[in-house]
Design a protein around this ligand. Structure first.
Ligand SMILES: Cc1cc2nc3c(=O)[nH]c(=O)nc-3n(C[C@H](O)[C@H](O)[C@H](O)COP(=O)(O)OP(=O)(O)OC[C@H]3O[C@@H](n4cnc5c(N)ncnc54)[C@H](O)[C@@H]3O)c2cc1C
Length: 296
């Protein structure tokens, strides 16, 4: 298979890679191949090849919402680092899916554009964040996206409008659809007061550092907040803070965070999540929804 992949000449390929270096949870899982297609054309050729050969694959962004469950992923992981162009036009900005959302938010803020303050502290790529409709502080991607260029399963590049993208709370119509790939996102731009924007960013950053265990690897909040309540409150009340499962631990700083204390496996994290879910269901009759995606 290596020879066949090499013969495609599609860009950088790393074999037997530990995915921990490409996810924020830093959990080990050996991946057969990690591919960085160097152009749209080569991305299409790669996907055609993988489908023809029936090889399991997954396109990822910054891996900040993923938990690789086992110690091996017998397939190909694709990163879109090459799609990272940023083009500022009069009242919109066109950004490649592989670009960092946080970097974009900072750059736009420093140019005096408002509306992206929510994204400070969300360590995803533009593509992954679109798919998940990432958000915070009562705002989200849906508030700033105009349209997105998507590669469809029949290899067509289609411009989806905001309506086509079917955004919902932390989801979009593209979520869990492995063969619809976001290539580029067009955002609306609106000028604001640069001082106010920068102040908001500074405050939110400080708040996150004070309340979240950012010194440890994690994937952000584990559970969505149920309507009118906070998942962290229930988890804390049930005495889970500091609870360990192997190398995974419920953060002492924020009960809705699970941290990797060093050698956590995907299974450690998954088991801890299941235990919390079970207890919360038993005590509060609430089915907590996990924000992260388990990759098998
Ligand atoms: C410390 C921390 C804080 C966080 N805070 C927040 C927060 O406040 N709000 C929030 O919403 N999230 C938060 N998150 C979670 C995470 O950062 C977001 O969900 C982020 O948008 C995921 O983007 P990603 O590029 O890392 O996607 P990944 O985790 O790499 O992938 C997520 C999903 O998108 C798919 N995908 C990725 N790129 C593409 C593409 N180009 N086309 C099609 N599918 C694609 C993947 O296959 C996967 O299914 C936080 C995470 C951390 C670690």
């Amino acid at each position: 298979m290596k020879e066949k992949l090499e013969s495609l000449h599609i860009g950088k390929i790393l074999y037997d890679v530990d995915i921990k270096d490409y996810t924020t949870f830093k959990v080990s899982s050996k991946v057969f191949a990690l591919v960085f297609p160097d152009s749209l054309e080569n991305l299409i050729r790669l996907l055609q090849f993988l489908k023809k050969e029936k090889i399991k694959y997954k396109v990822i962004g910054n891996g900040s919402n993923l938990i690789f469950v086992s110690d091996k992923y017998e397939g190909v992981i694709v990163r879109l680092d090459a799609l990272s162009k940023v083009e500022i036009l009069k009242d919109k900005v066109v950004v490649g899916a592989g670009y960092s959302l946080m970097r974009l938010a900072l750059e736009l803020a420093n140019k005096g554009y408002q509306g992206f303050e929510f994204a400070i502290g969300i360590p995803g790529s533009v593509g992954g964040s679109l798919v998940n409709n990432a958000g915070a502080y009562n705002s989200s991607m849906a508030e700033v996206v105009l349209s997105a260029k998507v590669l469809t399963p029949d290899d067509k590049v289609v411009e989806y409008t905001k309506e086509d993208l079917k955004f919902n709370y932390r989801s979009s119509g593209l979520q869990y659809k492995n063969d619809f790939i976001c290539l580029e996102v067009t955002f609306k731009l609106e000028k604001g007061n640069i001082k106010t924007i920068q102040e908001t960013i500074k405050n939110r950053r400080e708040k996150r550092f004070a309340s979240q265990p950012l010194e440890y690897p994690s994937a952000g909040s584990i559970f969505r907040n149920p309507e009118g309540d906070f998942a962290g409150r229930m988890i804390e009340e049930l005495g889970f803070k500091g609870k360990k499962c192997g190398g995974a631990e419920v953060s002492q700083k924020h009960a809705n965070f699970i941290i990797n204390t060093g050698k956590a496996t995907g299974k450690d994290i998954q088991n801890l999540i299941l235990e919390i879910k079970e207890q919360v269901k038993k005590e509060y009759a609430i089915d907590l929804v996990c924000e992260q995606e388990f990759v098998e």
